[in-house]
Write a protein that binds this ligand. Structure first.
Ligand code: PSU
Ligand code: MN
Length: 294
């Protein structure tokens, strides 16, 4: 049911670092065609960091770990968005499916991958409990022995509430050379982190210690290199538009991201692309540091 590429199996046998990458941002986070470029750029960045990339998705009734470039091209807006609960049905029904952070972590859990990179983690939606929408990313992160590198929590969500919930779930929130969690497009202004780390080796050591003490996931927030500090008014308009058009559940995040990409004249799109690739590079460096200290 799970097909792992030869390169990844070999890397795991040799003790190399492996970094999982998701497909939801490829299929649903960017305009057609661009997502694939972001995915391939992320893979190159993981390699530049010294690790093996493992892009994950469901195709032809299999969970594929290590999609080829031509397989990646098959992910588009028509792919199902697969959280942890959606994997089994997509496999049995042979539906093409793009894994979210939560879906990807579930696969990591099944095949022993300990590092992952993405753009921004899902979390508590603004206005909770109306709608009562909390991303399954959080539950999956709490239960998977993996460190996720992201630019924090997506700022279209209720970031302070999500940060509180991560504490409740026992998920360390590390800051990459920062004391506050980045706000996805913006480098600063987020809630405080539970610990700050300065090097890849230090991040890897904290993860290894956490896995001996408690197990479960960690989040590492890396501030975007170029901070976009004026997106909040657009986010508010995007969320109002989503509500007016009765977009809810799994549809909200893709709707809001594409609204922002359009209304910012591509500024958020460029920022999102760059931060994803930079996060992938850092995850590669941390995975490499973990494998060389093992
Ligand atoms: N990061 C991005 N773009 C994205 C996502 C993350 O830069 O599209 C995706 C991830 O797959 C994450 C999902 O798991 O958004 C969260 O969706 P939801 O809010 O519906 O749980
Ligand atoms: Mn949701």
């Amino acid at each position: 049911m799970i097909r792992v590429s030869e390169e990844i199996l070999e890397g795991q046998r040799a003790g190399a670092g492996v970094v999982a990458l998701e497909t939801t941002l490829i299929a649903h986070g960017f305009p057609p065609g661009e997502g694939v470029e972001v995915g391939l750029g992320s893979e190159r960045a993981v390699r530049a960091g010294g690790a093996v990339p493992a892009t994950i998705g469901v195709l032809d009734g299999e969970i594929v770990v290590g999609l080829t470039p031509s397989e990646l091209e098959r992910f588009d807006a028509a792919s199902r968005k697969l959280g942890p609960r959606d994997l089994a049905a997509a496999v049995v029904q042979r539906a093409p499916g793009a894994t979210t952070v939560g879906g990807t972590l579930s696969v990591c859990n099944a095949c022993g991958i300990q590092f992952m990179a993405t753009g921004g983690l899902g979390g508590v939606h603004r206005g909770w409990p109306s709608p009562p929408d909390v991303s399954a990313d959080l539950q999956a992160l709490a239960h998977t022995r993996a460190l996720v590198v992201s630019s924090g929590i997506k700022s279209l969500l209720d970031v302070p509430a999500t940060s509180e919930l991560l504490e409740t779930l026992g998920v360390p929130v590390l800051g990459w050379r920062t004391d506050t969690l980045p706000l996805f497009y913006a480098a600063s202004g987020g809630p405080g982190v539970s610990a700050r780390v300065e090097t890849a080796a230090e991040a890897a050591a904290v993860a290894a210690a956490h896995w001996r003490i408690l197990g479960g996931g960690l989040l590492l927030g890396r501030p975007p290199t170029e901070s976009l500090d004026d997106v909040e008014p657009l986010i508010e308009r995007a969320l109002a538009d989503a509500a007016a058009q009765d977009v809810h559940g799994q549809g909200v995040t893709p709707f809001v991201l594409s609204y922002l990409h359009r209304e910012s004249d591509g500024k958020t799109l460029r920022a999102n692309r760059e931060l994803i690739v930079d996060n992938a590079r850092l995850a590669g460096e941390i995975a490499a540091a973990a494998s060389s200290s093992a």
